[in-house]
Design a protein around this ligand. Sequence first.
Ligand SMILES: [Zn+2]
Length: 216
Amino acid sequence: MNKTIKEIGKTVRDKIVEKLVDYAVVAVLLAYGAIAIVVRRIVGTTVTMPGWVVAAFCALLIVVSAVAVFYWKRARALSRPVGERNFIPIPVRDEKLDIAWTIIDDPKTWIQSVTLDTASESYLVTLLDGPFHAAEGCHERLSANAAPTRNGPALAEECPGCGELVFVTVEFPGLWKVRSYAVAELQRLARIGVKIEWPVVTLRNPLYWRVLSPPK
Ligand SMILES: [Zn+2]
């Protein structure tokens, strides 16, 4: 019984938080309004400020709020299990190498906006999972522990699952770079009008081909 009441309480709380997030901009503005009223009460009405200071302060508040709401919403979306995100992961194949990726976040939300110069590896991982070995009977995640580069772990040439040589290289490529090239290629495809959607997307010319070649 006690547990049931607790559970109901949790459900109600979740619902309220969910609604607040849905109307997050309004909620944040109302909160600012409330704070402003309290401050005004405490300070009184004798403080005067030039108009531009007030305008700049308001603009700053709006920008800060918008950024906060963006990250809040994103964190909330990512904290949901993949199955509840209302998004079917999109398989991505490589035209030249036997490797595959999976788009795990709705490309509509990031394909145009993500900036690869500043996006972190930990963020890109939430967009594009992989790479995997794309061979019959094998979909093993490729190992990222070979000869680490200056910029972190590098991809190994052989599949850790079946031992097959997946690519050959003269320079072990950093995993983060390979992933960012794959994302860049998806962005390029989207720009030229290729639909980034289920059931599959094929990478036509990712820059990582400069260092990764198919085994002979
Ligand atoms: Zn394999």
